[in-house]
Design a binder for this molecule. Structure first.
Ligand code: GLN
Length: 454
């Protein structure tokens, strides 16, 4: 813990930690030492972690990297972080992210962007987003692991961009209680770690049923670490042809083929599959996620949390709401609220929101069909490119940024578990990730397949 704290202080330029909590960390580390001495040391005992700023942490600023939550210090601890602390984990501080987890580059944060520790010459690169601070901190060895959240790829894409492992569990595996809501039917917390084994151990501590989240599942937790046998003989791995996008860089195509060959060499059977509704996933996601966000973000009204605008004489409550929200929300969040309220409005609800919900059901059915046909896991690239330069995408059409999520959003729409594992290097020497998508509630199997790829 002490060495992580000094690494963190030396790495301010990465912008990974937005809030350091050395007193809490040292106190928790002392308690962990005592548990170890007493012979009562659970798996995460004494492991120093970073916590994404989206998690509410008791007595510690939790702003979801937004100006509107300025000064907000929760009175309660999120279930996931509490589970980790009960398991002996240590909190080093809060990690940078895109505002309300909306973004793919960590550039929408009120704190400014986090930086990828990987560089090409002097070009500064994004660590990805929205869990960019988590990815940057783990990749730069500022902590041993970090929490992330994934609504459309926010664990898997930054993991791929920084050469670490990121697991988005099945929807309902981890409690969402105390995690600031972005799109409630898609959001899921998960581990961001240095290895598949670490992801298995950390998921074990994070996951579980929580009566405070009605969507958290009351299913038994498999022993995730025990599942890591490396034996994948006879497993059927699907390669979905719809993920072979036009203009896919040759190095991504090669990475994908090499990954399939590796799994074949380990005894798996590689099968061509079809997920026919894949091309509608991105448009459906960018209707459903903003719709849910616009509703979730209605609570930031200047009364209950954080920031309130200064009012002029004669201003009433409407002006208070308008000014607070105009000042407190950044441009990407405002864009999402506008898209969301538009697609939910009486005149457009059927044309957009309802249509997107139907498409979502079709995407889910595509996956159900291939799993019913005996496919155990699906292999795809995690991202369409390696990490891009900071600022490179922000001036472009926002849709350019949304295209980054092309391989990851299907998994959230279908509620499935997905993992990104480092699998190779780009020509420029940047990490590339492969994604494995698993059957619902089969993270044990998924982790084991990822283990064979690692
Ligand atoms: N990039 C996607 C978005 O901006 C996904 C973000 C996430 O998974 N939180 O909505």
């Amino acid at each position: 813990t002490e060495s992580c704290l000094s690494e963190i202080d030396a790495a301010d330029a990465l912008g990974a930690f937005v809030h350091k909590t050395p007193e809490i960390a040292l106190e928790q580390a002392k308690a962990a030492d005592a548990r170890i001495k007493a012979g009562d040391a659970p798996a995460m005992c004494g492991i120093p972690l970073g916590i994404k700023d989206l998690f509410c942490t008791k007595g510690v600023a939790s702003q979801a990297a937004s100006g509107i939550l300025e000064g907000f210090t929760p009175e309660y601890e999120s279930t996931v972080s509490q589970n980790l602390f009960d398991n002996g984990a240590v909190m080093l501080g809060k990690l940078n992210m895109d505002e309300f987890a909306m973004g793919s580059s960590n550039e929408t944060s009120v704190y400014g962007n986090a930086v990828n520790p990987w560089k090409v010459d002097d070009r500064q690169l994004t660590p990805g987003g929205s869990s960019g601070g988590s990815a940057s901190a783990v990749a730069a060895d500022l902590c041993l692991a970090a929490t992330g959240t994934d609504t459309g790829g926010s664990i898997r894409q930054p993991a791929a961009f920084t050469g670490i492992t990121g697991l988005k569990p099945t929807y309902g595996r981890c409690s969402r209680w105390g995690v600031v809501a972005f799109a409630s039917s898609l959001d899921q917390a998960g581990p961001m770690t240095k290895s598949v084994r670490d992801a298995a151990i950390m998921l074990q501590a994070m996951a579980g049923h929580d009566p405070k989240d009605s969507t958290s599942a009351d299913f038994p937790l498999p022993d995730f670490e025990a599942a890591l046998t490396g034996d994948i003989k006879g497993k059927k791995i699907g390669i979905p042809k719809e993920y072979r996008m036009d203009g896919m860089p040759a190095e991504i195509e090669k990475l994908w083929q090499d990954g399939a060959a590796m799994l074949r060499d380990a005894g798996a059977e590689i099968v061509d599959i079809t997920l026919p509704h894949t091309k509608y996933a991105l448009p459906a996601y960018y209707v459903i996620a903003p719709a849910e966000a616009s509703s979730n973000l209605a609570r930031y009204d200047g009364v209950r949390y954080g920031h309130r605008a200064k009012l002029a004489a004669g201003d009433g409550i409407d002006q208070m709401y308008e000014k607070t929200r105009a000042e407190g929300f950044g441009p990407e969040v405002q864009r999402r609220v506008m898209i969301g309220t538009y697609v939910l409005s009486a005149g457009f609800y059927d044309a957009y929101y309802n249509r997107a919900r139907k498409v979502r059901a079709l995407i889910k059915r595509d996956f159900d069909t291939v799993f019913a046909d005996g496919i155990d896991a699906i292999l795809t690239p995690a991202t369409p490119s390696p990490a891009f330069g900071l600022g490179e995408m922000t001036d472009a059409d926002p849709v350019e940024m949304y295209l980054n999520d092309v391989f990851t959003v299907t998994v959230n729409l279908a509620g499935l578990p997905g993992i990104s594992v480092p699998a190779g290097m780009s020509a420029e020497g940047l990490p590339l990730g492969l994604q494995l998508i698993g059957r619902p509630w089969a993270e044990d199997d998924l982790l084991n397949t990822a283990y064979a790829l690692e």
